[in-house]
Design a binder for this molecule. Structure first.
Ligand SMILES: [Zn+2]
Length: 285
């Protein structure tokens, strides 16, 4: 009887305690060029897990949950990604050795459209002074992008920063006065001058400044490689270094910088890749 009870206890324990090397990743059924997607990591060790995909890697810290440790991360594919499949690996270093799990998912390819715009010549044919100013501002942004917070502050449900509809979608190949420019790296959201702009997630304001192209601009670091950008604002209501909460008003819609009218250009970068933020706007308000 005692032996049977011990055997039963052992059986129950084995079925509830995850086996060693239980590293596992949950991926969507497919990925898409120009989109971010959520990955969940499950493990039974507290060590951070390294996720690797498309020559990119990030470290994911996992927290205790009912069946071991769990962490989430956003991974992204560039707009011009052309491979048919994507390999994602999770690598974990534990006292017992290295665990690696690799999975491959199909990639669906979205074709992005073209858009022709006429803008003031001074924004297309730049003077040396304007160009120098732009290069200096670009260097500031690039340097900020290399010193992002490792710890995740965002939740998977991002908030739409203004209620207005999309006037120019993500990924559009733009032509200014007939000349090809880089593809639209964010979305343009409609809004009257003075409309409140809300932070899409918790984070820290890293840049709040006036830039030549993007006008009055805010960059928020949400941690673990996620950065949101708000351009052409009429008013900035937060300062560099300030911690902001999701839904906090950070500024107002305007038409500063290279624009044809008031709107909010909103951009989202995930591990250095610009993605379409629309599918991530799942927060209720
Ligand atoms: Zn835009």
């Amino acid at each position: 009887m005692i032996r049977r009870t011990i055997l039963l206890i052992c059986f129950v324990l084995l079925s509830v305690v995850p086996a060693l090397g239980a590293l596992r990743i949950d991926l969507p059924e497919h990925a898409m060029n120009g989109r971010a997607f959520l990955v969940t990591v499950h493990t039974n060790a507290q060590a951070p897990v390294c996720l690797k995909w498309n020559n990119t890697e990030i470290s994911v810290s996992c927290v205790k949950d009912s069946d071991g440790y769990r962490g989430v991360a956003l991974l992204a594919l560039p707009r011009d990604f052309s491979e048919k499949t994507l390999q994602v690996s999770a690598v974990e270093e534990t006292a017992a050795g290295t665990n690696i799990v690799t999975r491959t998912i199909p990639v669906q390819h979205k074709k992005y459209r073209e858009q022709h715009l006429n803008v003031d010549r001074k924004y297309v044919e730049l003077s040396k002074k304007s160009l120098d100013r732009h290069y200096a501002e670009r260097a500031t942004v690039r340097s900020m992008m290399t010193s992002l917070a490792a710890e995740r502050k965002w939740d998977a449900d991002f908030l739409r920063p203004v209620p207005g509809g999309v006037s120019s979608e993500f990924g559009v190949q733009r032509f200014f006065n007939g000349k090809p420019r880089k593809a639209h790296s964010g979305i343009d959201l409609r809004g009257k001058k003075g409309t409140s702009i809300k932070a899409c997630a918790d984070g820290v304001v890293r840049i709040a400044a006036s830039h030549f192209f993007s006008g009055e601009s805010i960059y928020i670091d949400h941690g673990q490689g996620v950065v949101s950008m708000y351009f052409h604002m009429s008013k900035l209501l937060v300062r560099e270094g300030e911690t902001v909460k999701k839904g906090q008003v950070i500024g107002q819609v305007g038409s500063t910088g290279r624009v044809t009218g008031p709107h909010l250009h909103f951009g989202l970068n995930v591990s250095g890749v610009a993605v379409d933020p629309i599918p991530l706007f799942t927060a209720k308000k």
